[in-house]
Design a protein around this ligand. Structure first.
Ligand code: ZN
Length: 172
């Protein structure tokens, strides 16, 4: 399974608004093969989400999987629970609880850095799955953060646009 190259900040693809995946594209085996490669690339990174623009493809498509392999304390404070692998295609996001949670987050396209970002605590996402079937996701806590981060990518937005700039730092 070939790993894909994750593009870094500065590449214009990260700043473009991705286009919707068509029903015709959803029916092609190439799309499932791309999703497989994105899953393996995300796991190898490792990361908990990967949006198509991050591998240089301007499509509204992202993969998400969070094993939540952090301490019990971090799980509790971040409202972080394991999220199984899944795909979101052409998602729209609705904030369901706008009261923000503030935590450090990073991005595979800004390798080596992190900053504190305020994100809505609960969201609803309407999307398609990899087979073109409509799905609705209701998410809280860290999962809601991941969804907001990945859907931002599909709109050309990075966490540095939303961060508390004075908290931006290297992680090593
Ligand atoms: Zn990212």
């Amino acid at each position: 399974m070939p790993l894909l190259e994750i593009v870094q900040v500065g590449d214009p693809v990260l700043r473009a608004v991705a286009r919707a995946v068509t029903q015709e594209e959803l029916a092609r085996p190439e799309l499932l093969s791309l999703i497989d490669d994105m899953r393996e690339t995300m796991r190898a990174a490792p990361g908990v989400g990967l949006a198509a623009p991050q591998i240089g493809i301007g499509l509204k498509l992202a993969v998400i999987e969070d094993p939540a392999s952090v301490s019990a304390e971090d799980r509790a404070s971040r409202e972080r629970e394991p999220v199984p692998f899944h795909v979101i295609v052409n998602p729209t996001l609705t904030v369901e609880e706008s009261e923000p949670a503030r935590f450090y987050e990073g991005c595979l396209s800004l390798s080596g850095f992190a900053a504190e970002v305020a994100r809505a605590r609960a969201v609803r996402v309407d999307a398609l799955d990899e087979h073109g079937r409509p799905i609705t996701i209701r998410a809280r806590g860290w999962y809601a953060r991941i969804l907001q981060h990945e859907i931002d990518h599909l709109n050309g937005t990075l966490y540095i646009d939303r961060m508390d700039t004075r908290t931006f730092r290297r992680v090593d």
